[in-house]
Design a protein around this ligand. Structure first.
Ligand SMILES: Cc1ncc(COP(=O)(O)O)c(C=O)c1O
Length: 390
């Protein structure tokens, strides 16, 4: 069998491979990026299904438009207008998870060898999705506040490139880009006429409930915005969306038509049925509260069990803590011992397109109970100290 060049380039996500190991029930896993099942509103989903199948059974399971279910597109556009971005329903394309938006953007915007800018580190799934279109990934250097705007000005890339970034509670680092840095980045992008792709699945998960202006609201002409119902309702519904200038939305629609005709009518309608009357206003605060508690438990455990030479951030939202181990500790090697000790995490090197920092790791705390967080971090602490003081 002669596989295409594209197929030969496909690799499995390191995270999915690690998840296979961590599926055993006795492993304490900080590796997954899954939301907590405790937050899934299954009763509301059941009631929404009942209403849909009673009131509108045929349309609920019939083919639908590629662009998405119109009332859901209108709801999404209104949400973003409320947040200060001038968005019309025609600019919204509903996608099969926001992951599909990344795939469609790759098909519409990437060319073999054309530079695509990414943060360093960045979301591995985006690199996987865009890789199929064979761009040349260029890592934008960052400091503790986020990507460096001066780098955007300095890098010799054509205006046909775009910069993919996750401003809110980034996967993998949990970092939030502050208001001043957002404006500087937008100014630098506008000066070069560079498109920014803002991926925002975690923006709603700010522990304080406060939110910062989206890049889309700051400069809609230079931003494509991607988001999802995965982290605020349930990921298995596979409903996400992309908001783009209308000409690009039309191209994305054509690419989506070829991929899957449309996102399932049924799950789009379930999402709309649940969100249309303000359900998220009471539901999302509960997710924030749970995640903030778990995050604090992990921060306390890290302070107790990790050596003073390790460092980590204190996320203000989202699902991840990013740890810098003492520089000579290789997190991939540590993981092999950790799995034997029945604890898992994702080595940070997986999230870089170039110059990986081997002594970093991503810890996810939202699916693990407080007792297990304490126990898992204690096990990690012992393994790290054994490497420091053999
Ligand atoms: C930054 C980021 N973007 C996109 C996705 C894809 O999410 P979904 O396809 O479920 O919307 C994820 C999933 O974890 C993510 O972390």
């Amino acid at each position: 069998m002669l596989l295409s060049r594209r197929a030969q380039r496909l690799t499995s996500s390191v995270i999915r491979e690690i998840l296979k190991v961590t599926e055993q029930p006795d492993v304490i896993s900080f590796a997954g990026g899954l939301p907590s099942p405790q937050t899934f509103p299954t009763e509301h989903i059941r009631a929404a299904c009942d209403r849909l199948l009673t009131n509108d059974p045929s349309a609920s399971v019939q083919y639908g438009p590629t662009e998405g279910y119109t009332p859901l597109r209108e709801w999404i556009a209104a949400l973003h207008r409320d947040r200060g971005a001038d968005v019309s329903a025609e600019q919204v394309l509903v996608t099969t998870g926001s992951q599909q938006a990344l795939d469609l953007l790759g098909k519409a915007l990437c060319e073999p060898g054309r530079p695509t800018l990414v943060e360093s580190p960045t979301y591995l799934g985006a690199v996987q999705a865009l890789s199929l279109s064979e761009p040349e990934f260029v890592a934008v250097a960052n400091d503790s506040e986020g990507p460096d705007p001066a780098e955007l000005a300095r890098l010799a890339v054509p205006t046909t490139s775009f910069f993919y970034l996750i401003p809110n509670f980034q996967n993998p680092t949990g970092r939030l880009i502050g208001p001043a840095r957002r404006k500087e980045l937008m100014r630098a992008a506008a000066a070069r006429d560079l498109l920014l792709v803002e991926d925002d699945p975690y923006g709603q998960l700010s522990y304080s409930g406060a939110s910062l202006p989206s890049l889309l609201s700051l400069d809609p002409g230079h931003v494509v915005h991607i988001s999802s119902f995965s982290k605020i309702l349930a990921p298995g519904l596979r409903v996400g969306y992309v908001i783009a200038p209308e000409a690009l939305t039309r191209k994305l629609v054509q690419a989506k038509q070829a991929a899957d005709l449309h996102t399932p009518s049924f799950t789009q309608r379930i999402v709309h049925e649940i969100v249309k009357d303000g359900f998220l206003d009471q539901h999302v605060p509960k997710i924030r509260e749970l995640y903030a508690q778990r995050c604090q438990v992990m921060l306390d455990a890290l302070a107790r069990h990790l050596p003073a030479s390790a460092q980590w951030n204190r996320p203000q939202g989202g699902m991840f803590i990013w740890v810098h181990l003492p520089p000579h500790i290789d997190a991939e090697e540590l993981l092999q011992h950790a799995v034997k000790a029945k604890v898992a995490f994702v080595p940070g090197s997986s999230f870089y397109v170039s110059n990986p920092v081997a002594s970093t790791m991503r810890l996810s705390f939202v699916t693990v109970s407080p007792e297990k967080i304490e126990e898992g971090v204690a096990r990690l602490g012992r393994l790290i100290k054994e490497r420091l003081f053999p």
